[in-house]
Design a protein around this ligand. Structure first.
Ligand SMILES: Nc1nc2c(ncn2[C@@H]2O[C@H](COP(=O)(O)OP(=O)(O)O)[C@@H](O)[C@H]2O)c(=O)[nH]1
Ligand SMILES: [Mg+2]
Length: 227
């Protein structure tokens, strides 16, 4: 009998990357621009998206925008976003710390199948709150946006170099709280920049709305440069 050792982690990640590429081809076939938001729980992903949607609605009618919310449990975030009038689909992973390609495929199926993507111009995916796993499992998005809040501490980027490195755009959120939590924003920007010299860094507050217009401008610019 032949004994075989399978390094499951690497196999699974490599297979996911292959499938993510196929998803990207599907998005492009139907002209859907896909933004993925990643970051720790409570960093402000949903709040940023809530602020972005009214700005994005200048470019897209609400019914042609789809939010796909990934969470371990509950439909809370999706309910928040649904109030803005866009289409929403909830994915509960049941315990898994990140979304994988089959989760997005299931969302597309729920939308009505591949053809239903014709009705969508832009898809916003909010990944499960986690600063590690989701970054290892791309979902074919045109831009992967990392959200880190100042409340998580000045050293977050240094402590999560791989996540920082693979992100296309970095948002430092909750800048309204910087003083209260004793964080020097310039130090935070510098540490992110050292690890990822390419990604645009946007300072934002989903509370005050600061930086949201700039974030959307940066998102569009990134996608138009990389499509
Ligand atoms: N002060 C402040 N609070 C924020 C900001 N963004 C989000 N929050 C709060 O942080 C908490 C978590 O936000 P949420 O958007 O649910 O984070 P998520 O888990 O990353 O989706 C909520 O209580 C928000 O009201 C911000 O920019 N400033
Ligand atoms: Mg959320």
């Amino acid at each position: 009998m032949v004994k075989k050792v399978v390094f499951l982690g690497k196999d699974v990640i490599a297979e996911n990357e292959r499938l993510a590429q196929k998803l990207r081809e599907l998005y492009d076939k139907y002209g859907v621009t896909v933004y993925e938001f990643l970051g720790g729980p409570g960093s402000g992903k949903t709040s940023i998206i809530e602020r972005l949607i009214p700005v994005m609605r200048r470019d897209y009618p609400a019914e042609r925008m789809l939010y796909v919310g990934g969470d371990v449990a509950t439909t809370l975030d999706t309910e928040r976003i649904a109030r803005l009038g866009v289409r929403t689909i909830q994915i509960n992973t049941g315990g898994t710390c990140h979304l994988e390609v089959p989760h997005v495929e299931a969302a597309i199926k729920q939308l009505g199948g591949e053809k239903a993507l014709e009705e969508i111009d832009v898809m916003i995916i909010e990944n499960v709150g986690n600063l590690i796993c989701p970054f290892n499992f791309p979902l074919g998005a045109h831009a992967r946006i990392m959200v880190v809040s100042v409340a998580e501490g000045e050293d977050k980027f240094v402590k999560h170099p791989i996540s920082t490195k693979v992100s296309d755009i970095i948002v430092i959120n909750k800048i309204d709280l910087a003083k209260a939590v004793g964080v020097n924003i310039e130090n935070m920007v510098r540490s992110a920049r050292e690890i990822n010299p390419k990604a645009p860094i946007v300072l934002a507050s989903a509370r005050t709305g600061e930086g949201i217009e700039e974030l959307y401008r940066v998102m569009k610019e990134y996608v138009s440069r990389n499509k």
